[in-house]
Design a protein around this ligand. Structure first.
Ligand code: M6R
Length: 647
């Protein structure tokens, strides 16, 4: 959800914050704001609407005075509490205007805290949950100052230098850090907070619980951000911040402590992509770039997955082969597009391993009390690694002693850290809100996990696994060739810009592909779109068919299970008989569909379980082109955000 950047160094904090926000805007774009500490003052500027509104205000409006200072922060918002107005935009300040706070997440007990603050005379001016944090800090700093006259509070050394010490050792810290720690202990819910104080330009603080925060470590400068893209133009050295931790960032480094005040070591890592990977590279939209990057994203995800002795290689494995052999059922948890990748995985996992596999929307998983134990494997799929619904499902699974394997695109994110094993999709940064290349990466990763399970459990022979992997490694080439032949679907999409609705049908792995096609169209073109199992249609939804309604049908290979193909061909005839305009996605050489296709989109032939890697492509292109024909912004569709860090 919201994008956050904090900075302390030698550069203009405003420039760094705005540069970071441009890269983070995909996380939320309802409003934005900046704060800078300099020349003994704290200045904040914020504006409803996209970042361009804030930039305009800063360059042309009454706020155009320069904001001098080399300590600052910026925020781009996806509204939760309070609408997307100037007043609700972050940063939020306390009564004195000395403290500024930005926040990602939801503070669940904010109403009680707000009532308490108002009861002691604080005036809160927004409808947000965030603002209470600025006022609570004001209270804590006031209490500390008062106590300083008498006894020093337990973990405060007022005005003292930033502490250093060994991990696990309680230390005295900056007064702002100590105050933030006491505030964090009172907060319930999920939060990443970044805090500035007018009188402490030497530090910028961050805190996190169930919400992302990474540190960028430069030469004489330090960054705090929701993700590395915000500071990748300045440094590729990063540090993870763990759950319930506070980072005190200074020019010369950081001190990380937990909410109890003990020093902890953050894990440092090098980011293996550079700023150009998160730029449009000549494309008008990130989505178009990311669609075209799919062959590379897939190839990178699959590279080096087969060891010299023929075993599949995961990235981080904190489980033994015996743990995997003990697995007697598999759950896949994920949201949105990642959930669709999970639905595809089910077919492969059950076929290859003969283990029962259930796929569950992460937001529902823990509420239905699933039966989990030590021999359950839960596969959590998440591009961002920060989706709170998926993270909570992971935590629930681990509490029940299940083993958790994460499939994730973001190194250093929370879900892989909370899991027992990880397989990274190496798709590079995905900026467009609609997932495209990471969906392909997730499908490929799921197939690898299915093969891995089959291998360790001895269900498939080593040479069988190797043969599958080798065939999978030929898929990027097929994906590239498919992308080069999609002009007919672009043209068709442009002609359907005024359609009211589109239905998507599929069977077997074509069904999740149909769901994904419908999701893409809903989120990008704001059209009514539904995906159905082709066979289910006549149990009700067929009543939706009316003359001219576009129905896209994903047809399985006739070389796969013959009866499956034949059934789908019958389903095409059923909808066509009722007046539907049929758009048929079928492999080269499938002549049986020709009489019933008003529009025929050809894709290269491939094996049944790998087919989604090509049949999804025309649906991505269809939704993107149709949305563009409607004049919509495909990178930042309304009401959405790339990373959903609230439940
Ligand atoms: O980061 P995640 O993969 O966990 O995100 C899950 C969904 O929010 C995401 O797949 C969403 O549905 C897509 N961006 C839609 O295109």
């Amino acid at each position: 959800m919201c994008g956050i950047i904090g900075y302390v160094g030698d550069q203009s904090a405003l420039d760094v914050a705005l540069g970071g926000l441009r890269r983070l805007e995909y996380r939320g774009y309802d409003s934005s704001g900046v704060a800078v500490v300099g020349a003994g003052a704290l200045r904040t500027v914020r504006r409803a609407g996209k970042l361009a509104n804030l930039e305009k205000l800063l360059s042309e409006g009454p706020e155009r005075d320069p904001m001098p200072g080399t300590t600052g922060m910026g925020h781009t918002r996806w509204a939760t509490h309070g609408g997307p107005t100037d007043q609700n935009a972050h940063p939020h300040t306390d009564c004195t205007g000395a403290i500024a706070v930005i926040h990602n997440g939801i503070i669940e007990n904010f109403a009680a805290l707000r009532a308490e603050l108002e009861g002691i005379g604080h005036e809160l001016t927004s409808e947000t949950d965030t603002e209470v944090v600025a006022h609570l800090l004001e209270v804590e700093l006031g209490n500390a100052a008062a106590a300083q006259a008498g006894a020093v509070p337990e973990d405060v050394a007022p005005g003292g230098p930033a502490a250093s010490g060994a991990a696990g050792v309680p230390v005295a810290q900056h007064p702002l850090t100590a105050a933030l720690r006491r505030v964090c202990r009172r907060l319930e819910g999920a939060f990443t907070l970044v805090v500035l104080h007018r009188d402490f330009p030497e530090v910028v603080l961050g805190a996190r619980r169930n919400s992302p925060l990474v540190v960028g470590i430069g030469q004489g400068e330090t960054f705090l951000a929701s993700d590395v893209s915000a500071f990748i133009a300045h440094t590729r050295e990063a540090m993870e911040i763990g759950q319930d931790q506070i980072v005190e960032a200074r020019r010369d480094g950081v001190t990380v402590t937990d909410f109890a005040g003990e020093i902890v070591e953050g894990r440092r890592y090098h980011v293996d992509w550079d700023a150009s990977a998160a730029e449009k590279g000549g494309y008008p939209y990130f989505m178009l770039k990311e669609i075209n990057e799919q062959p590379t994203a897939l190839a990178d995800t699959l590279r080096g997955r087969l060891s010299a002795d023929g075993a599949i290689v995961l990235d981080e494995e904190r489980l033994s082969a015996q743990d995997f052999r003990d697995v007697d059922k598999v759950f896949i948890v994920a949201c949105g597009t990642a959930y669709h990748a999970g639905l595809i995985a089910k077919y492969a996992v059950e076929h290859w391993t003969r283990l029962p596999c259930e796929v569950e929307m992460a937001s529902e998983f823990r509420y239905r009390d699933p039966v989990l134990d030590r021999s359950t494997l839960v596969i959590a799929i998440s591009q961002s690694g920060e989706t709170l619904d998926t993270l909570m499902a992971v935590k629930h699974a681990r509490e029940q002693k299940a083993r958790v394997l994460a499939i994730c695109n973001t190194n250093g994110s929370t879900i892989p850290r909370e899991s027992d094993a990880v397989l990274y999709t190496r798709c590079g940064p995905e900026v467009g809100v609609a997932s495209t290349k990471t969906f392909l990466g997730q499908v490929a990763a799921c197939l690898l996990v299915g093969l891995y399970l089959a291998q360790v459990r001895g269900v498939l022979y080593g040479d069988e696994v190797a043969a599958y992997v080798e065939r999978l490694q030929r898929m990027p080439d097929l994906v590239g060739r498919t992308l080069h032949r999609l002009e007919p679907i672009r043209e068709l999409a442009r002609g359907l810009a005024d359609a009211k609705a589109v239905l998507f049908l599929g069977r077997h792995v074509g069904y999740p592909v149909a769901l994904e096609g419908a999701l893409k169209l809903k989120e990008l073109a704001y059209m009514h779109a539904e995906g159905f199992p082709a066979g289910e249609l006549k149990h009700g939804p067929i009543a939706l068919i009316e003359p001219g309604l576009p129905v896209i049908v994903v047809v399985p290979s006739p070389r796969g299970r013959a009866h499956l193909h034949g059934k789908v061909v019958s389903n095409i005839q059923e909808v066509r008989a009722r007046g539907a305009r049929t758009i048929v996605i079928a492999e080269d050489g499938d002549v049986a569909v020709e009489p019933y296709a008003d529009h025929l989109i050809r894709v290269p032939a491939t094996s049944s379980l790998f087919a989604p890697l090509v049949t999804t492509l025309p649906l991505q292109v269809f939704a993107c082109e149709l949305a563009l024909a409607r004049g919509l912004d495909v990178d930042q569709p309304r009401n959405l955000a790339k990373s959903v860090t609230v439940e």
